[in-house]
Design a protein around this ligand. Structure first.
Ligand code: ARG
Length: 459
């Protein structure tokens, strides 16, 4: 292959050490499709502006099309000496079509070129990630719907708090993921901006039409400052931070799946296809998938921090440090999308141990708040009611009985306003159903939440 495209002012060749240290082609080759798409748009614009003849435009577009096919069929091999995907493609174009290939880069720099490539890439990946989140939401809603009515213990401090519907618990994750999707869509608005035309940093003296290039690439907006356009990567950091929040939500969900399938909880069973075994303990069936997702959340947080640190001291405009944006970005995209996809499938492989859930929902004096609220309806102040029920719990602990096993006489000993009707509230389903405040755990509220979610998912 001929010398480097920037070789002109150099008398010496590049040291092999430097070549391999500075090359980004090993990872940025992933951007080839977007690089070619951007070059095609730039080429059409140059021709429209009279900076290329239409014959030259045809030759370049055809050459770029051929390169795309060769890369796709694996007949073109990227090498370190080509430095990066942008130079590799341009150099190949020149080899293919001759001198005219060198006309493509007029009015453009690798600095705005790399920015456009990442924006095109990220635009697609954000849309894909959104689809993946949506599919996980659908899986959760399907589970919530299929098990509507099953009661489980609701926790605070990982201690039994109040009974809740299992579906209500799952729909909590639906809501988190809904906000994750809002964040992605918000971030997309700032990614979807064309930097092309900013050139190295100052714009260009050539009569280019940046709006035309933006239109050809379906960018609704144009960058407003050429220095900003080539030097900031805030849109990547924003995406990784949205991804880090997604991973945080997935990690919590995975933590619960792992706990729930332990012998101690025994709430759910994961199908064998979604578990793995141990090389020494023959009896083991391990929840490695949720464990790995929980573990992988750490690397996405790491990528967020590495990019913030990489950017913080950079003077304007482009600096080579910015090349370090790609590996964290690519790994984030891969990690979050894989995790979302496998979790959506995993939920289809969860079997619920309903008897166990309902048995546990009743234990731990989980109806204590119901009695306190019952006392409030009988006119007692809440603090006083709270104290009275606390004493009942202490009494039950000493007597080794449950609240619903207390006699009316015993109840009256703690609060004289208690009547026979106290037993009607001491029932799991009734307890759950009584929490009918907006967003509460009653059957009616949860059914409405599921219907709303189904509408949102189908639009
Ligand atoms: N490989 C470079 C990057 O990823 C492309 C831009 C290089 N520009 C330059 N002036 N050296 O950032």
């Amino acid at each position: 292959m001929a010398g480097k495209l920037w070789q002109g002012r150099f008398r010496e060749g590049t040291s092999k050490l430097v070549e391999s240290f500075t090359a980004s082609i090993r990872f940025d080759k992933r951007l080839y499709r977007y690089d070619i798409e951007g070059s095609m748009a730039h080429c059409k614009m140059l021709s429209h502006q009279g900076l290329l003849s239409s014959e030259e435009e045809d030759v370049l577009i055809q050459g770029l099309g051929e390169i795309l096919r060769e890369i796709e069929h694996g007949t073109f091999v990227f090498e370190d000496s080509q430095e990066d995907v942008h130079m590799a493609i341009e150099q190949l174009l020149i080899e293919k079509v001759g001198e005219v290939g060198g006309k493509l880069h007029a009015g453009r720099s690798r600095n705005d070129q790399v920015a456009v490539d990442i924006r095109l890439f990220l635009r697609d990946e954000i849309q894909g990630t959104d689809e993946d989140v949506k599919n996980l939401q659908s899986s959760l809603v399907a589970q919530a719907k299929a098990n509507l009515g099953v009661v489980m213990p609701g926790f605070t401090h990982l201690q039994h708090a109040q009974p809740v519907l299992y579906s209500h618990h799952l729909m909590a994750y639906y809501e988190m993921l809904r906000r994750d999707r809002q964040r992605l869509s918000d971030c997309l608005g700032r990614v979807d901006v064309s930097p092309l035309g900013s050139a190295a940093l100052a714009g260009t003296s050539l009569p280019i039409d940046s709006r035309l290039t933006a239109d050809l690439l379906n960018f609704p907006a144009l960058s407003r400052n050429s220095i900003d356009a080539v030097s900031d990567r805030d849109f990547i950091i924003e995406f990784i931070s949205a991804a880090a929040l997604i991973m945080m939500h997935l990690s919590r969900m995975c933590e619960e799946l792992i706990l729930w399938c332990s012998a101690e909880f025994n709430y759910i069973e994961l199908s064998e296809g979604f578990c793995t075994g141990s090389s020494i303990m023959p009896q083991k069936k391990n929840p490695d998938v949720p464990e790995l997702i929980r573990g992988k959340s750490g690397r996405v947080y790491g990528h967020l921090l590495s990019l913030l640190a990489m950017m913080k001291g950079l003077p304007l405009a482009y600096n080579r440090d910015l090349q370090e944006d790609k590996e964290p970005l690519f790994d984030t995209v891969d990690t979050v999308r894989q995790s979302l996809r496998i979790l959506a499938r995993l939920w289809e492989n969860v079997t619920l141990n309903k008897e166990r859930l309902e048995k546990m929902a009743l234990s731990g004096f989980s109806l204590a708040t119901d009695i306190a609220e019952y006392l409030v309806t009988k006119g007692m102040g809440f603090r006083q009611a709270h104290r009275a029920v606390g004493k009942m719990v202490r009494f039950c602990l000493e007597e080794g009985k449950e609240l619903e096993e207390m006699t009316l006489q015993e109840f009256k000993g703690f609060a004289s306003v208690i009547a026979e009707d106290v037993y009607t509230i001491l029932d799991l389903k009734k307890s759950v159903d009584s929490r009918n405040s907006v967003g509460g755990t009653s059957l009616q509220q949860v059914r409405e939440a599921i219907t709303l979610a189904e509408e949102e998912l189908s639009s």
